[in-house]
Design a protein around this ligand. Sequence first.
Ligand code: ZN
Length: 160
Amino acid sequence: MAKKKVSDIELEGVKVKKQKAVKVAKPKKPKKPKKPTKTQLTKKLDVIFSQYIRRRKAVKGIAECVTCGRKDEWKKLQAGHFISRAKRSVRWDEDNVQVQCYSCNIHGQGQQYLYSLYLGAERSLELYEESLYTKDFSVEEMESMINYYQKLVESLDKLK
Ligand SMILES: [Zn+2]
């Protein structure tokens, strides 16, 4: 038997790999990242901001209505506005929004008088004055606020 050359042996061991079918990528149109609308961002910011407000002072998940003192799980309470959230300049102001129970916020229409006692005359007046100005938040501003409150809520999650 003729001695095989080293190079022959190596060749016998080589498996021929099936070539994978190469997908030819269709030329894609450059996708522009869709900018979320202000309406979408408003909803998103409202949700995360409301959660932050209800949880920021909660003790073991229990929060307290600022106008009647009722205590309940934060999920069962609301984030009530002192000055209507229709005024965007104060819609996401951390003083203008506090924990309220359903009864005070909805039936009591926010109990604005008691609310102002809670905030104090000075801060109530400031908020009132701020509410007289129209403020239009940019998409970027709203996105950064969403980010900010998401991080705060995440840090509250860690406290559990
Ligand atoms: Zn209440």
